[in-house]
Design a protein around this ligand. Structure first.
Ligand code: NAD
Length: 367
């Protein structure tokens, strides 16, 4: 029987797919180590009830390319714990997960959707290997600092200049108002953009005059419904995808747009905050409709750059500097390369990542 991996595996990986089942704690998890050419793999640990090995593999591959693009001495990996992130058993699950990956030294977990710095603290306590830890344990609080949103704003600065989409008064729609969405909203609003719509899992709000982002923060914590804030009209999450904008930032789940619904998006520029939010085939169709997409592996590397900075024992200030320089340079290079080349942004981004892996591999003796 053909397995999905037969269609996806290539010269980059995956190197290992591990399924974990531990009956006593009811832990069910998947770890994919995609590629370790540049060093031990670094990638988030996601907790969601519906995660499967195909999703974890695709996320791990995105990390392989992203880590290479960000000049990090790390390969790509990812893990998924199959559970409701609101479970009361989070700590024992994380501790059991840590024990289960103890010998998997080529995988360094970090926080992702459904996990946070406390989860990384539990893993670190068990096996001494995790990034995105609390400050008191030597961590740089990447979500609290909004590192990924900071990188997206850097990317927005460059793209808006290059594509002549001024950020001042730009209409911005942000899908997801979590760690990434909130920081992006704040930084783009500071640049004069109008955040006209955003959402959480429970619903969306829309205000064509711009939502008061600072006021919205109060309602977004602890998973309160953003639409309760009274700061705009309540609309469905589906409707949010159809609101016309200058900039659209997906900052929630994968595969939000596929070939079957890509036609709904009416915007000029997409900054991919989430990982793999638009399938490559859908992205091509959008590109043909005149939408420029800055792919996830170019735009949302802020978090992993910060995680790697923590792993090296460097400081928060150095992390911000690295994010600014790296994301800025990669956005510039991508836009320069796609101009008049006929190559789609996602394909170009993958090509850039592969080139860097090949370059690094040329210095390795035994790969
Ligand atoms: P988060 O859990 O803090 O926030 C996610 C937000 O999306 C929440 O507001 C949630 O309610 C909303 N959401 C979830 N499912 C939704 C749905 N089906 N429809 C609409 N909204 C939905 O997560 P985060 O850390 O902000 O990460 C968001 C995305 O960005 C993920 O895809 C993650 O992998 C990616 N990412 C995060 C980082 C990081 O530094 N945190 C770095 C790179 C990429």
């Amino acid at each position: 029987m053909e397995h999905y991996i037969d269609n996806f595996s290539d010269d980059l990986g995956p190197e290992k797919i591990i399924h974990i089942y531990e009956p006593k704690s009811k832990l069910k998890a998947i770890v994919v180590i995609d590629n370790i050419s540049l060093g031990p793999s670094l990638g988030g640990c996601r907790m969601a009830p519906d995660i499967d090995d195909r999703e974890v593999f695709r996320l791990a591959r995105a990390m392989t390319l992203k880590n290479a693009l960000c000049d990090l001495p790390h390969g790509g990996g990812k893990s998924g714990i199959i559970a409701d992130p609101k479970t009361a058993l989070k700590e024992p699950l994380m501790r059991q997960f840590a024990q289960s990956i103890k010998e998997l030294v080529n995988y360094i977990p970090g926080p992702d959707m459904g996990t946070d710095e406390s989860c990384m603290a539990y893993i670190f306590d068990e096996i001494g290997r995790a990034v995105g830890r609390p400050k008191v344990l030597g961590g740089i609080p990447l979500d609290h600092l909004g590192m990924t949103g900071f990188g997206l704003a850097v990317s927005a600065d460059i793209a808006s200049e290059e594509l002549d989409i001024p950020l001042k008064n730009a209409n911005v729609v942000i899908q997801g108002f979590g760690n990434v969405g909130k920081a992006t909203a704040k930084l783009l609003a500071e640049r004069g953009a109008k955040i006209i719509a955003t959402c959480d899992i429970n619903g969306a709000i829309y205000n064509p005059h711009g939502i008061n982002v600072d006021a919205l923060f109060e309602y977004a914590n602890a998973d309160k419904l953003v639409q309760l804030s009274g700061l705009g009209e309540k609309v469905s999450n589906q409707k949010l995808l159809e609101i016309e904008s200058d900039i659209f930032v997906p900052a929630a789940r994968p595969d939000v747009f596929t070939t079957s619904n890509q036609h709904l998006l009416k915007t000029k520029l997409v900054l991919e905050g989430a990982n793999i939010p638009i399938t490559h085939e859908a992205a091509k169709l959008m590109n043909d409709r005149g939408i420029t997409i800055i792919p996830d592996i170019i735009a949302n590397g802020g978090g992993v750059i910060c995680a790697s900075t923590e792993y090296k024992g460097m400081t928060e200030t150095e992390a911000f500097e690295r994010v600014k320089v790296t994301i800025g340079r990669n956005t510039e290079e991508l836009l320069a390369r796609i101009k008049d080349s006929g190559v789609y942004p996602h394909e170009m981004a993958v090509q850039m990542g592969k080139e860097r892996i090949a370059q690094a591999m040329s210095f390795r003796a035994h790969m």
